[in-house]
Design a protein around this ligand. Structure first.
Ligand SMILES: Cc1ncc(COP(=O)(O)O)c(C=O)c1O
Length: 486
């Protein structure tokens, strides 16, 4: 038996423990050695990278062994990773991972709990239940609320919208979709979301058998928030035409602008027409932890379901998200008992099988990361981080607003700033081409990765400020660099 074969898994055996420690220590050393500059990316083009990673065989006849593959990893992969922790990275709602959360990942991977049934994750189940209970409280939910961890904002949105659809069918149409499939009137179902809502709205309605056409896009105002008057008109028009409005999906932190739909007014409209109100707070959910700015999202408590993403503003490793529901009984639509897994008698005897609320069966113990970092940093530590993101965005906005070289899309509500560079006098290149060129140049020649989007038909650049190490000086430097590439 080869040495490699002996070290298959971690056990109580001291030789396995030593090998576990050796492998992790070696990997940590390689990771640390690869961090040789503050750049966000080494700059390789897609062709160069493809060449670099090409291999004739993924599965060699005989294994190369851990040490050799780690060496190969440190030559080919580690130097070319995008570094989300770099202050030169601000392209997407994609953050670095807090140090303690990387350790939580190590712990949860080591023990590899599966969250579907209590007997696969006894303490992990109880921790997830506890974390969900506190999250419901944090967002202002009361008795009877519930939630579950998911793979990300898209799945949390799908979960919320699915619950909305089934609630509507059960309570308004007296139709059990779970058993019977969609009712004959399904093509009349309508979900309202702003024209700049995330595409997981359409993906969800497709997956739910309702199709993209079910999503009614509501216009936004100058602050990029859903226009509530336009919404009400659309609902009334749909009702007159015999359509079936079942859900309003508010965005609390739009992907590009971070704008927040007016939840208070939307809750009034939802109540008036008996419609489910879902909040896609994948981005904005983090604002609740800023003592100074939490007021901006306090009305999340008015929504029937909330998407919270921990792998965006909360700086936890991918993946980590939660789907919260004001009335936990609605999760019943995801419950199905299997003799081998989640027996009804378990529930009667106090064993919680979290699969009863989840679209996934096997599922990661992501709740550990929230538990660990909330307890490690506390309210004050968290408030400082989130407030800093938001104040950096206000600083950047102020700088851009005052400069004749830039045009800013909208004042930031959270931590994203969309703007474009204006061509200098005598420049022939169009503003769109110039902004695109600048972004590519930053990526391949300067180790700087920023976002690009379109606002009112114009190509714009985007800074998504989710790095707690970012300073005003660094922002000034980046603006000067951008102008030097004009
Ligand atoms: C507003 C919004 N909702 C949902 C999502 C999807 O989240 P995830 O990428 O975690 O699936 C995103 C992603 O950026 C988002 O910006």
């Amino acid at each position: 038996m080869s040495t490699e074969y002996q070290h298959l898994v971690l056990t109580e055996n001291s030789a396995d423990k030593m090998e576990y420690k050796r492998m992790i220590t070696l990997a940590v050393e390689k990771i640390l050695a690869s961090l040789d500059s503050g750049d966000a990316y080494k700059g390789l083009t897609p062709e160069k990278l493809r060449e670099r990673v090409h291999t004739d065989e993924l599965l060699p006849e005989n294994g190369l062994g851990f040490d050799a593959v780690l060496e190969e990893t440190s030559e080919k992969i580690l130097p070319n990773f995008l570094r989300p922790f770099s202050t030169s990275y601000m392209a997407h709602l994609h953050s670095s991972a807090l140090l303690e959360s990387i350790v939580s990942e190590l712990i949860l991977s080591t023990f590899n709990q599966s969250m579907d049934s209590w007997d696969q994750a006894p303490v992990a189940t109880e921790i997830e239940v506890e974390v969900i209970r506190h999250l419901c409280k944090l967002y202002g939910y009361g008795e009877g609320s519930d939630g579950v961890f998911t793979s990300g904002g898209s799945q949390s949105n799908l979960s919320g919208l699915l619950l909305a659809r089934d609630w509507f069918c059960n309570t308004k149409l007296h139709w059990d979709v779970k058993k019977l499939g969609l009712p004959a009137s399904y093509r009349k179902f309508r979900l309202y979301a702003s024209e700049i809502s995330h595409f997981s709205m359409e993906k969800s309605t497709h997956l739910m058998g309702l199709g993209y056409d079910c999503v009614v896009k509501v216009s936004v105002n100058d602050a990029m928030q859903m226009d509530t008057e336009a919404l009400e008109k659309l609902i009334q028009q749909d009702l007159e035409e015999g359509n079936l409005p079942f859900c309003i999906a508010a965005t609390v932190g739009t992907t590009d602008f971070g704008s927040i739909d007016p939840l208070d007014t939307l809750a009034g409209i939802a109540k008036k027409y008996s419609i489910w109100l879902h909040a896609d707070a994948a981005y904005g959910s983090g604002v609740i932890l800023s003592d100074k700015y939490a007021y901006k999202v306090k009305d999340l408590a008015l929504c029937d379901s909330i998407t919270v993403d921990f792998h965006k503003m909360f700086l936890l490793p991918i993946s980590c998200s939660a789907s919260l529901v004001k009335d936990g009984k609605n999760f019943e639509c995801l419950t199905l008992h299997a003799d081998y897994l989640n027996r009804e008698e378990d529930e009667e005897d106090g064993y919680i099988n979290l699969v009863d609320k989840s679209m996934q069966t096997t599922r990661r113990f992501d709740a550990l990361k929230v538990w660990f970092s909330f307890r490690a940093r506390g309210r004050n530590g968290w408030s400082e981080i989130i407030t800093r993101f938001m104040e950096n965005a206000l600083y950047l906005y102020d700088r851009l607003e005052k400069s004749p070289d830039f045009e800013v899309a909208v004042k930031p509500e959270i931590s994203s700033v969309v703007f474009r560079v204006l061509p200098g006098t005598g420049v022939k290149e169009s503003a769109d081409d110039m902004n695109k060129r600048i972004r590519r140049k930053l990526l391949h020649e300067h180790g700087v990765v920023i976002g690009q989007t379109v606002c009112k038909g114009n190509v714009c650049l985007k800074f998504t400020l989710l790095n707690p190490l970012l300073t005003h000086e660094k922002l000034n430097e980046l603006l000067s660099l951008i102008l030097s590439l004009r």
